[in-house]
Design a binder for this molecule. Structure first.
Ligand code: TXA
Ligand code: MG
Length: 321
């Protein structure tokens, strides 16, 4: 194992203060972090990820008070949600303040903020008097990392340090809600906090148009994302069985086993039929399926409720058909 991986948050803080990149664990996925106020540090994020400059970044901190000190205010409905779910897998899109550099927001007037729920990262953030800009710690267009090893495999040479916080307990990126018009909160990305939980607190939220387009609301939400080496076909796997040699098929399923396909090529995300558990397994399964010598990945469509909506969203972005 590389000496770059560990739990030394003092070391991590020192690197961040010096303008270097550090990978950090969160409850959703690992982030590739830099001091959000250090525009050169932030530029390194774009370079390391090969990320288009028009795709803005979420800033992370450990308290609402710090947001206030940087001139950022959560509108009333966002505050209500923060009270219930922050720290947690929700990101608030709110009006930007002058202190937030344009490189963070891709020149727009809105900034995305979140308080991640991971003990090591919360401790690290508490040591810093600046927010951390952090996209998911994967090369642009790939599946997000849910372990320190995933980060090491793809970005080792590009980071000064990887804080190892174990497996991400949610496993899907945060849910993003826009409060630019607080009377009309808008869902920008399905994610680790279920829509039902959000609507229970603030009422109806405007949903993205059915199906994602290549002309997205959140600039990074391109329809084709999470590229896998093998094509992913979404739907009832059995309907594709006649089209493939079943020894060369991988399956991602909720709880069902398919007797016709070799067991080691099947990724059952939750034998207990828990969508929350399935969410924690999805990205690792996509990576492992990708590493197999198969021709295709057949993925079930998950129930359209709770985290199933976010799971289906990620699979749809990865799917070819
Ligand atoms: O769970 C998460 O949100 C993870 C962890 C590391 O916090 N982060 C994450 O970041 O998923 P990223 O960059 O991979 O995805 C953030 C999404 C992008 O689609 C981006 O376009 C959108 O948020 N976004 C960020 N700032 C925005 C802004 N100012 N306006 C509109 N969309 C924004
Ligand atoms: Mg990402």
């Amino acid at each position: 194992m590389s000496s770059k991986i560990g739990t030394d948050i003092h070391q991590a803080a020192a690197f961040l203060k010096a303008g270097k990149l550090v990978a950090i664990p969160t409850e959703t996925v690992y982030g590739l972090a830099a001091n959000a106020f250090d525009t050169e540090g932030v530029a390194k994020i774009y370079e390391a990820k090969n990320r288009p400059q028009f795709n803005p970044l979420i800033i992370h901190t450990d308290s609402i008070e710090k947001l206030t000190s940087w001139g950022l205010t959560l509108p009333p409905k966002a505050q209500l949600l923060a009270r219930s779910f922050s720290p947690g897998p929700i990101t608030f899109l709110i009006p930007k303040s002058a202190q937030i550099p344009d490189i963070i927001t891709a020149g727009t007037d809105a900034v995305a903020v979140r308080i991640p729920d991971h003990p090591l990262t919360l401790k690290l953030l508490a040591m810093l008097d600046f927010p951390l800009a952090a996209p998911s710690a994967n090369p642009s267009g790939f599946v997000s990392p849910t372990t320190a090893q995933h980060v090491e495999k793809q970005l080792d040479k590009k980071v000064a340090y990887i804080v190892d916080g174990g497996n991400c307990k949610v496993g899907l990126e945060s849910t993003i809600v826009s409060f630019l018009d607080d009377n009309k909160p808008k869902l920008l990305r399905y994610g680790g906090l279920a829509l039902e939980d959000i609507e229970r607190i603030i009422g109806k939220v405007e949903l993205p148009k059915q199906g994602f387009s290549d002309n997205p609301v959140a600039p990074g939400m391109l329809a084709r994302h999470y590229a896998t080496r093998h094509p992913i076909i979404l739907g009832n796997p059995e309907t594709s069985f006649m089209d493939y040699n079943l020894d060369k098929v991988a399956i991602i399923s909720f709880y069902k086993k398919y007797a016709q396909v070799p067991e080691k090529q099947q990724f059952i995300l939750s034998e207990n039929r828990s969508l929350t558990e399935a969410a924690t397994q999805l990205f690792a399964a996509m990576r492992q399926a990708n590493d197999l010598d198969v021709a295709v990945i057949l993925a079930e469509i998950f129930p359209d409720e709770g985290l199933g909506k976010a799971i289906n969203d990620r699979l749809r972005r990865a799917a070819t058909l």
